[in-house]
Ligand binder design. Structure first.
Ligand code: SF4
Length: 154
């Protein structure tokens, strides 16, 4: 998996103070996408074991308490990202079990394949659906357009 940005302390992408990872790779090509540079799966930088370890350490950091981890992009559920994301979310739940995980995807929950669905038991909130410019509304919280749904699993 490749990624574009990692913010160890973030108060914008999800509730509370969080760690946020923007991964590379998206096949949805939404008109009005704010993050087109993330579309190619090979763009950005390699997501290394060292960065995975850093995310775990940041989530465990007691000096700046994080509420959880936000996964966005790009699309964390792009087929090329599944393996690395599954490994990461499993590890967060095992080693940082008081932290929540929010994940943004352009796929719709009902259309996820088995590999993508394998990630769902480890995340707390899924915000799904493409960004639809005609349905965009800046007053929406945690989503860009009104077709997108916030699914709370926990
Ligand atoms: S799903 Fe997100 S990153 Fe992908 S094209 Fe749509 S708005 Fe852009």
């Amino acid at each position: 998996m490749n990624y574009h940005k990692y913010y160890p302390v973030d108060v914008v992408n999800g509730p509370g103070t969080r760690c946020t990872l923007f991964v590379a790779g998206c096949e949805h090509q939404c008109r009005g996408c704010y993050n087109k540079s993330t579309w190619p799966v090979d763009s950005g930088f390699l997501f290394t074991q060292a960065l995975e370890d850093q995310i775990i350490a940041d989530l465990q950091d007691k000096a700046i308490r994080r509420q959880g981890l936000s996964l966005s992009g790009g699309d964390p559920l792009h087929p090329r990202n599944i393996e690395a994301i599954l490994k990461l979310v499993k590890r967060v739940k095992a080693e940082c079990n008081d932290k929540d995980i929010w994940l943004w995807t352009g796929y719709e929950l009902t259309d996820l394949n088995d590999a993508q669905r394998a990630i769902l038991p480890y995340i707390d909130v899924l915000i799904d659906g493409k960004f639809v410019q005609e349905l965009a509304n800046p007053s929406l919280v945690w989503r860009g357009s009104s077709n997108q749904i916030i699914h709370r699993f926990k």
